[in-house]
Design a protein around this ligand. Structure first.
Ligand SMILES: [Zn+2]
Length: 316
């Protein structure tokens, strides 16, 4: 099977959640301009939301959509908050996120806190992009408060995109950990799906793993498939990527062509792996032996593009 590169963002099957810009221009060149940022923050059209512990407030609209709860900056709780500039939309509206220790309370019962895994499946591409950017920055900010060179406490800069060390002058940038996720196919066009030891019964998905230091992403695909399932891989094709800030991954999606078929799982990370034809997968899902994939994950997109039509998916 060949999956065209153009399948990445505008797939006929399913767009990849969180992977598009949602019409937001990050305007990175303004991040060091404090005067510009101050004016943008104060503008009445600017919209702000709070991010805390990977969650934000969402609400359902009258017509059934789910949106981030946003407010003008003059309503925003600024005390001791970290302020992230996230970008602008085509109408010139600027968006900021505030990192707080808790989400703000509201007088109504319409708004509710949601984590990114849940929200990603519900929000518009614009709100999904704003939230994934804010959550990724928050995860990094919370875990990198001290200088990795000298140990001094660092301070936020560049509207949330740099931490500076006042002692040694080091600048620290947000961390992203590349991980590969791959649908392995054999010569009969069967797909290899595995289950991790800690997953619920019936949960099968694509294999995945982190890229190691000094390794290309193609090498990582070959190594991970060999380690986890004992399968040799030849050709490797990149398909698409997905930001996955849990806490800081970037999932790089591939189709990998196997040159062997005898499965030997590591038993450590992967408990079981099986080859599925399309008919096998449909029958196993119909019988309840295999659970539908999580719709928010790029794994569902990789599996569906092979399967050829939409699959039932489950929310996180
Ligand atoms: Zn330092």
């Amino acid at each position: 099977m060949r999956i065209p590169r153009s399948a990445s963002q505008d797939s006929a099957v399913r767009p990849i959640p969180l992977a598009g810009t949602g019409g937001i221009d990050r305007d990175a060149h303004h991040r060091l301009d404090e005067a510009w940022l101050g004016a943008a923050w104060s503008h009445p059209s600017t919209r702000v939301f709070v991010v805390s512990g990977g969650q934000a407030l969402v609400e359902e609209t009258a017509d059934g959509r789910t949106e981030l709860v946003m407010m003008p900056s003059f309503d925003a709780p600024v005390t001791e908050a970290h302020r992230y500039f996230l970008g602008s939309d085509a109408e010139g509206v600027r968006y900021f996120a505030l990192q707080k220790d808790a989400l703000p309370g509201r007088m109504d019962d319409v708004a509710r806190p949601a984590g990114l895994r849940e929200a990603a499946a519900l929000l518009s591409p614009r709100d999904g992009q704003l939230m994934v950017h804010a959550v990724a920055l928050e995860n990094w900010q919370r875990m990198h408060r001290f200088c990795s060179r000298c140990g001094e406490r660092t301070v936020i800069a560049a509207a949330g995109h740099i931490r500076r060390c006042p002692a040694c002058g080091a600048e620290h940038y947000p961390r992203t950990d590349p991980a590969v996720i791959m649908l392995v196919l054999d010569e009969e066009d069967r797909a290899l799906l595995g289950r991790q030891v800690h997953w619920p019964k019936g949960r099968f998905s694509t294999l995945a793993g982190f890229v190691e230091p000094g390794e290309s992403i193609e090498q990582a695909v070959v190594r991970e498939v060999a380690e986890e399932a004992g399968i040799a891989v030849g050709e490797v094709e990149y398909v698409a990527s997905q930001p996955w800030p849990f806490p800081s991954s970037l999932m790089l999606g591939f189709v990998a062509h196997a040159t062997s078929t005898e499965v030997r799982v590591d038993g450590d990370e992967i408990e079981e792996a099986r080859w599925f034809s399309r008919e096998d997968l449909r029958a196993a899902m119909d019988a309840g032996d295999v659970l539908p994939p999580y719709g928010v994950s790029i794994a569902a997109v990789l599996i569906e593009q092979w399967y050829g039509k939409p699959l039932a998916t489950t929310p996180w």
